[in-house]
Design a protein around this ligand. Structure first.
Ligand code: ZN
Length: 114
């Protein structure tokens, strides 16, 4: 997992997987409106485009190259798993209440045996 930023309960990761490019490369000329096509996972065609554009327009020598990536926000992977479901929603609090009662009773037992 390639975490980029962690929030309170969410994590921003770089999206990877089948069909998801590692990066989308493109460039634009800083001297005119020319924009290169976008290429997945390969910056070389963008470089070739910039060279060709500069050959066609010798005074166009500065380009803004971009790499775009997909980000995805997912729940934190290390969140504690949800408590096992014991049935209806009131079962959990009832169980905790029972444990409190048992704890209270066990505290009373030594007093009763003396
Ligand atoms: Zn240009």
């Amino acid at each position: 997992m390639n975490d980029i930023v962690r929030g309170a309960d969410r994590v921003l990761i770089q999206e990877r997987g089948p069909g998801v490019p590692e990066g989308i490369y493109g460039a634009e000329c800083m001297s005119c409106e020319a924009v290169s096509p976008l290429f997945d996972d390969d910056s070389l065609p963008v470089a070739v485009w910039a060279l060709q554009h500069s050959q066609d327009h010798p005074d166009h020598t500065l380009f803004l190259a971009r790499t775009e990536r997909h980000w995805r926000v997912v729940p934190r992977p290390d969140d504690p798993p949800p408590p096992p479901s014991w049935g209806p929603g009131f079962a959990g609090p009832a169980f905790v209440g029972l444990m409190c009662l048992l704890t209270a009773l066990s505290g009373l037992l030594p007093a009763l045996t003396t």
